[in-house]
Design a protein around this ligand. Structure first.
Ligand code: NAD
Length: 437
């Protein structure tokens, strides 16, 4: 099939590259000229394991093209994906300006019957809006299909190649089946395509993300309670996980969820409820628990040191989770801002997110410095704060940590080390929901 993908970010690029890899001809469109020229030279603008070689191979074979020319890409395609961002608006609702702009472009260039697939995460009713915008600009028949994306940054290629499920929402059966055909190459093990109406498909995406965010906030609340009552959340977690109705996934306590999806999607779903005069108590609690949890390590540091004024802190991990360079709404960035606001200096590192974090924190000036080596940031610091559970932080050389830190203090937001071992090493060790031994 001939496909245009509007928006070449984390979702659009993976979608375009893997649909090209399955034999389709794909044009990826972006308004960001820098991204497009990098991609044309065979480099990907994001860190995503395994993606660059797929992009290069398909680009060289002529199946995967990159352009800023939306009109031409739309005209040459019979399927157009919308994969642009849907960030939070000032009131927490999803800002649909990028999606609706693309809908206008599609309407203006509708030279033949097309299927328009909304892959961006959008509130219920958005596909109807897209339908209205396009229909207002053309008489050529077309179909709008909702096909929300569930890939995870860090394992996006694998997730797209073998998805748990593909959701297709449509009012036209034939259009839905044509979209289903696109995913057949990824369904060889078993068919996991679920067909439904447009609104249910849009809701499935939000409900899934909100459920996952709820699990995280729930476990963080349990962890904080464990802290108060002297229980160990790691034992509690394992004990809970053996109940088949609960399971082991996504019940790890930590410093809260971040990234470009959960925070904005929980907010947007809550806003949708309010729009329809419905209280969304669970969602509101999930968000406020998360906001507090992101500052959990800074509160622990304040409890330990008293004033943070004039102190220096080392930070390990800036990405919102391992295996990505995405720092959008990352707990580390919120923690760093709080430390600097309290008068502290920060020395930070991350294996792949340094450049993005530098850009995001540029307004803090020299209150934050960045190093590639995780041991370099420890030099002269009063304590180490761990925000992201990168594998290389799991078994560090503790003698080097002890030699570099001014005082042997670690605030671990990901429960990476054994409290007993830390005690033996003479480290003041504060983790999430586990008693200090
Ligand atoms: P992103 O910010 O990485 O990429 C969006 C891209 O769209 C940018 O490169 C931007 O320049 C481009 N763009 C904006 N307007 C455009 C236009 N008119 N024409 C062409 N390009 C345009 O966003 P993302 O993380 O890929 O997310 C895209 C959507 O997918 C969002 O709705 C998000 O919620 C959803 N989603 C994201 C993930 C994820 O892990 N990132 C997972 C599932 C779903």
């Amino acid at each position: 099939m001939k496909i245009a993908v509007m928006g070449t970010g984390y979702v659009g690029l993976v979608t375009g590259a893997l649909l090209a890899d399955a034999g389709n001809t794909v044009v990826c469109v972006d308004i960001d000229e820098r991204k497009v020229s990098m991609l044309r030279e065979g480099h990907i603008p994001i860190y995503e394991e395994g993606l660059e070689s797929i992009v290069q191979r398909n680009h060289e074979d002529g199946r995967l093209l990159f352009t800023t020319d939306a009109a031409e890409a739309i005209k040459k395609s019979n399927i157009v994906f919308i994969a642009v961002g849907t960030p939070s608006d000032h009131d927490g609702s999803a800002d649909l300006k990028y999606v609706l702009k693309v809908a206008e472009q599609i309407g203006d260039n509708m030279n033949s019957t097309k299927i328009v697939i909304c892959k961006s995460t959008v509130p219920v009713g958005t596909c109807d809006k897209v339908q209205g915008v396009i229909a207002g600009r053309t008489d050529v028949p077309f179909h709008v299909v909702s096909n929300p994306e569930f890939l995870k940054e860090g394992s996006a290629v694998k997730d797209f190649q073998s998805p748990d499920r593909v959701i297709i929402g449509a009012s036209d059966k034939e259009a839905a089946e044509t979209v289903g055909e696109l995913y057949k190459p990824f369904m060889r093990r078993s068919d996991r395509i679920v067909y439904m109406d447009l609104r249910s498909a849009e809701m499935t995406k939000y409900a899934s993300n909100a459920m996952l965010a709820t699990k995280i906030s729930f476990m963080n609340e349990i962890a904080n309670l464990c802290d108060r009552v002297g229980a160990d959340v790691e034992h509690v977690r394992i004990g809970m996980s053996l109940d088949e109705r609960i399971g082991p996934h996504f019940i790890f306590p930590g410093v809260g969820y971040g990234g470009s999806c959960f925070p904005k999607d929980v907010r947007a779903l809550s806003r949708l409820g309010h729009e329809f005069d419905m209280e969304t108590g669970v969602l509101d609690a999930v968000e406020s628990i998360n906001d507090r949890q992101k500052l959990r390590l800074v509160s622990a540091a304040r409890e330990h040191f008293g004033s943070l004024e004039g102190r220096t802190f080392a930070v390990w991990g800036l990405a919102f989770k391992p295996k990505t360079d995405d720092v959008r709404e990352a707990p580390a960035l919120i923690g760093i801002r709080a430390l600097v606001a309290a008068g502290a200096k920060v020395q930070a590192t991350d294996p792949v997110a340094l450049e993005n974090a530098k850009h995001e924190l540029a307004d803090l000036g020299d209150a934050v410095t960045f190093e590639h080596d995780e041991y370099d940031v420890l030099e002269g610091a009063d304590a180490l704060l761990i925000f992201t559970e990168w594998n290389q932080y799991r078994s560090p050389e503790f003698d080097r940590i002890l030699a570099a830190l001014k005082s042997p203090v670690i605030f671990d937001g990901r429960n990476l080390y054994s409290p007993a071992k830390m005690k033996k090493l003479g480290i003041h060790y504060d983790s999430i929901g586990r008693p200090t031994v």
